[in-house]
Design a protein around this ligand. Structure first.
Ligand SMILES: [Zn+2]
Length: 483
């Protein structure tokens, strides 16, 4: 006979018994005998394919059976087997006591009735949701759908960090904001929408940029942090702050038709740095503003992040810890990759070298003050007014537009030639070294990078159009569409 030790959350399936003795010679036989005696337990421990669920660990004595021979591990007479669900019942992200003082009004009971009738949620789960505090970094593409669903589901406190103002070009995907919100702070617009969906939700707005100075302070009081950012410095900042605070980080990212999703929780699995120890060089991976994103995609990824957050709060299911999901909207498939904790991870490894938050802009290779760099050398700049004046005087300087052809189709300004940025190195023979060359893009950023590249190739008579096509549209010709 071997003795199985049943954890508290599973005891309701074993007639409240915490120890069960069964005859067995292997771990597998012991589990079979246990679930034969208590059939309701089977669904808790095994998935539909009959495999032990990812979040259930079985220990033989002190040793995880995965380090032995798994379910084939032989067991001696009198051996103790412990079933240890990593996230189940009372071992979710919330201390069980947190929901004890929470009550639901009759109005709330009616509102959440479709939750209350699910056994895995029930009244206890709904109280947990109400007790939970979830922080979303960013009220943009991912933050919009995920906070709306969290509010509807009854997550009691939703924090949002965002300092931006709603732009007309946000509306294609940031569904928390409406057309009438253009020009208003995202924080105000988002709070109003969430309150309208569910007035019982407490929305806490942080109208600021998340920085190494304020991140720990802002994140400290929340149970779960959801990463809805669109830039690498903030992503690493969110990761490191979560590791230092011991909080789960529900990660999502989007680009064009592809999305990524995972749950990073250093205490139970890998962190973002275990997956990506270093950021890509600046400029290599374009942002959504430069690269574009299908408007539906943040909906799919953001709502999946909300789903993971709710599972962590309820302590049910198999969270995405140690798994990375890759979604492709064109192929319409999800691929799953296993993630392992990196023993050399500088923030969550045993020999971690990072003990506090660092300068993430510098870590990501971003010059601290790009604006100042651009403006410090006025001889490299030309404003749209100056350019227009030169056109008006009949001058025809060489103006190279370095945007992509599909951007050229949307909007262009007169007397310019298109050579997309990535074709420049192969088409240097088309660019005169003797004449002045003026470079143009959408906002002036990419063309500045091209200017620096051409300087490195020996070009000396270069100028960058400040503000690019957007400035032309704003200051010279409003019929040129902004995008
Ligand atoms: Zn790590």
């Amino acid at each position: 006979m071997v003795k199985l030790l049943i954890p508290t959350p599973l005891q309701r399936f074993t007639a409240n018994r915490d120890e069960i003795e069964v005859p067995a010679t292997t771990v597998g036989e012991a589990l079979d005998a246990l679930t034969a005696e208590f059939p309701a337990l089977k669904k808790q421990l095994f998935n539909d394919q009959g495999n032990l669920r990812h979040f259930v660990n079985v220990y033989v004595g002190q040793e995880d059976m995965r380090n032995l021979q798994g379910v084939e591990t032989p067991v001696r007479d009198g051996e103790e087997l412990s079933i240890v669900p990593s996230i189940a019942g009372g071992t979710g992200v919330l201390e069980p006591t947190r929901s004890e003082e929470v009550t639901l009004s009759n109005e709330e009971i009616l509102r959440y009735s479709r939750h209350l009738v699910i056994p895995e949620v029930g009244l206890e789960g709904q109280k947990r949701l109400k007790a939970a505090r979830v922080l979303c970094i960013g009220a943009g593409g991912l933050g919009s759908p995920l906070t709306m669903y969290l509010a509807a589901a009854g997550v009691g406190t939703i924090g949002i960090v965002d300092f931006d103002v709603v732009d007309y070009s946000n509306l294609q995907r940031q569904i928390i904001h409406g057309t009438e919100d253009v020009g208003r702070p995202k924080m105000i617009s988002a709070t109003e929408t969430l309150k309208s969906i569910n007035p019982f939700v407490n929305v806490i707005g942080f109208e600021t940029r998340l920085t190494s100075e304020n991140a720990l302070q802002i994140m400290r009081d929340f149970d779960i942090v959801i990463d809805g950012t669109d830039n690498f410095p903030t992503r690493y900042l969110v990761n490191d702050a979560c590791v230092l605070l011991g909080k789960p980080n529900v990660y999502g990212s989007i680009f064009r038709f592809e999305g990524q999703l995972s749950v990073f929780w250093a205490e139970k699995g890998p962190c973002y740095r275990c997956l990506y120890p270093e950021p890509p060089p600046p400029g290599l991976v374009p942002s959504c503003a430069e690269g574009g994103v299908l408007g539906i995609l943040p909906g799919i990824i953001g709502v999946s992040q909300a789903n993971e957050a709710v599972k962590l709060i309820l302590g049910i299911g198999e969270p995405l810890i140690g798994r990375l999901l890759l979604f492709n909207a064109l192929k319409m498939n999800w691929r799953e990759l296993k993630l392992r904790k990196d023993p050399d991870c500088p923030i969550c490894g045993p020999n971690a070298t990072i003990k506090e938050l660092i300068d993430y802009e510098m870590f990501c290779g971003i010059t601290p003050h790009p604006e100042e760099t651009v403006h410090s050398d006025n001889s490299l700049e030309i404003t749209v007014q100056e350019l227009k004046a030169r056109f008006d005087r009949g001058e025809r300087p060489v103006v190279i537009d370095v945007r992509e052809p599909y951007e050229w189709d949307i909007a262009r300004i007169p007397n310019t030639r298109l050579i997309p940025m990535n074709e420049i190195p192969d088409r240097l023979d088309e660019i005169s070294r003797d004449e002045e060359v003026i470079l143009l893009c959408r906002s002036g950023k990419r063309s500045m990078a091209v200017l620096e590249y051409l300087q490195s190739q020996g070009y000396t008579r270069l100028k960058n159009v400040v503000g690019g096509v957007l400035a032309w549209s704003e200051e010279i010709d409003p019929t040129v569409p902004r995008y």
